[in-house]
Design a binder for this molecule. Sequence first.
Ligand code: DX5
Ligand code: ZN
Length: 229
Amino acid sequence: MAVQISPSILSADFARLADEAAAVPTADWLHVDVMDNHFVPNLTLGLPVVEALRKATSIPLDCHLMIENPDRWAPPYAEAGAGSVTIHAEAAGAPVRTLRQIRSLGARAGLAFNPATAVEPYEDLLGEVDMLLLMTVEPGFGGQKFLDLVLPKIRRARDLIERHGGEVWLQVDGGVTAGTIERCAEAGADVFVAGSAVYGAGDPSAAVEALRALATAAAGPSGGRHDRH
Ligand code: DX5
Ligand code: ZN
């Protein structure tokens, strides 16, 4: 599938979110980091902001819930019109039920993994998800350094997805920049979150297109690493 870029508004100006969305017109998604100060040591925004942002932009919202008890709190994000709702494997008590609820409410369902969490134990859930999100930093803050130690997991996750039929998207989030995106694409990622690399740039729209070009070239004509062996 084609490379997709999901700029993270965590690095945008929270007082001007509508303008910040408009600044990335070619973005495939807007990545919305919801943090509750419990699952991660930071507090950002919640449902009222997502509801407002939904009305302020036509770019679909990619909601990444870094919160405890996503079984209770994730479905309302789908009801609020998010295009994609991602819960953390470490936080979900009943991931199958919650992922099914997200889908039944019309959103894509994502399952996220911290750097130290293995994907393999969740292989049987691949039919329940539309996207895997592999954190390439410890979640909680923008602007952190990319963790190369996650690259082998990206390759293993891509192989699992291919064995399963290849429909599931593979997102990377954290430290994705012009200096690291090619490694991620070559390893098999196809959806790229970038916060500081987009909103810290003088021209966020140009930054989105530069990242897209790098990832597309690194992925090759029809995808990532899996096409080359
Ligand atoms: C971190 C968030 C990321 C963050 C990425 O916990 O999940 O989405 O915005 O920011 P950068 O791209 O600056 O690492
Ligand atoms: Zn995120």
